[in-house]
Design a protein around this ligand. Structure first.
Ligand code: GDP
Ligand code: MG
Length: 286
């Protein structure tokens, strides 16, 4: 009998949820940044190992909303937690022990799905300060950086995944369309190349995605909130937006497995993070 189920990766911002998803899949699917709150929408990653199909959902970090976009991010995270059959609750090992998820996430009530506590970034902690031995069941210690503990984590999760047929072809890894990842990778490049708060003002919309073409032709708009930000995104003689395009193109090509022509345009969408219709149009709010 096979097993198949949804597993949400949940926790505070910056605890390593997206990095762990990528490490489990062996593919860069979810965007990662040293800056918190880079994940705005859930990213689904499929992993079929032996008799078990894991439907992972990387969720936005549980945070205190400061503006409308944050509220939408928190709502998406809460939905992903409520919908999951298993909850992987991530917390940095350096901050052992993890407080209850319901407390960290200010949840109305404890979630009903079983919780596996996943202590992350174990490589940052000297081995001698590890967990009490033996560690409590439903606890895993991992480093997405070194790969340590990933197999044991899958074993711990598998025990909670319900019996049932696979929902997806075992070779599949993503469920979201390539244009979603294209927009995400432009955003990831923005987190890498733009400074301070500017990446948070960036949203990306794919205008055109011609998959039949060779190279694949993608035209994307990089939205910011103000004219001054647009100037910075474009940069002197267009240098910054060109660098953004080059970085994003390499990421898209790695996932697509083929060459891509990426055209970026910067535009202003005033105060989009606080503007409900803009959030809906960008796919962030329902
Ligand atoms: P998220 O906000 O929870 O999705 O966190 P990210 O996956 O974006 O990671 C936040 C930061 O922690 C990034 O700078 C990652 O490179 C770093 N990070 C994630 N996992 C590990 C790990 O296992 N070891 C170390 N040293 N850093 C990690
Ligand atoms: Mg993330």
């Amino acid at each position: 009998m096979t097993r198949c189920g949804t597993v949400v990766l949940a926790g505070r911002p910056n605890v390593g949820k997206s990095t762990l998803l990528n490490a489990l899949l062996g593919q860069h699917l979810a965007i990662v940044s040293p800056k918190p709150q880079s994940t705005r929408l859930p990213v689904v990653g499929l992993l079929t190992r032996g008799d078990t199909q894991f439907i992972f959902t990387d969720s936005p970090g549980l945070l205190e909303p400061e503006y409308r976009l944050h509220e939408a991010m928190r709502a998406a995270a809460l939905r992903a937690i409520a919908d999951a059959e298993v909850i992987a609750y991530l917390h940095p090992l350096a901050e052992f022990p993890a407080p209850p998820l319901a407390q960290v996430g200010k949840l109305d009530r404890p979630p009903s799905a079983p919780i596996v506590i996943v202590y992350t970034k174990a490589d940052l902690v000297p081995a001698s300060t590890n967990l009490p031995q033996p560690p409590p069941s439903s606890t895993a210690v991992v480093s997405a950086l070194t790969g340590a503990g990933l197999d044991a984590l899958l074993d711990a999760l598998r025990a909670h995944v319900p019996a049932g047929p696979f929902h997806y072809d075992p070779d599949e890894m993503a469920t979201q369309p390539m244009r979603f990842f294209a927009a995400e990778f432009v955003r990831e490049a923005a987190f890498e190349l733009l400074h301070e708060e500017l990446p948070y003002a960036v949203a990306v919309e794919i205008d055109e995605f011609r998959e039949g073409a060779s190279p694949v032709y993608i035209r994307a708009v990089v939205y910011v909130e103000r004219d001054s930000q647009k100037g910075i995104v474009i940069g002197e003689a267009g240098r910054t937006i060109k660098a953004l395009g080059q970085a994003a193109r390499a990421k898209i090509e790695a996932l697509l497995g083929g060459s891509v022509y990426l055209e970026l345009h910067a535009k202003v969408l005033p105060k989009w993070r606080r503007h409900e219709p803009s959030l809906k149009r960008l796919g962030y709010a329902r």
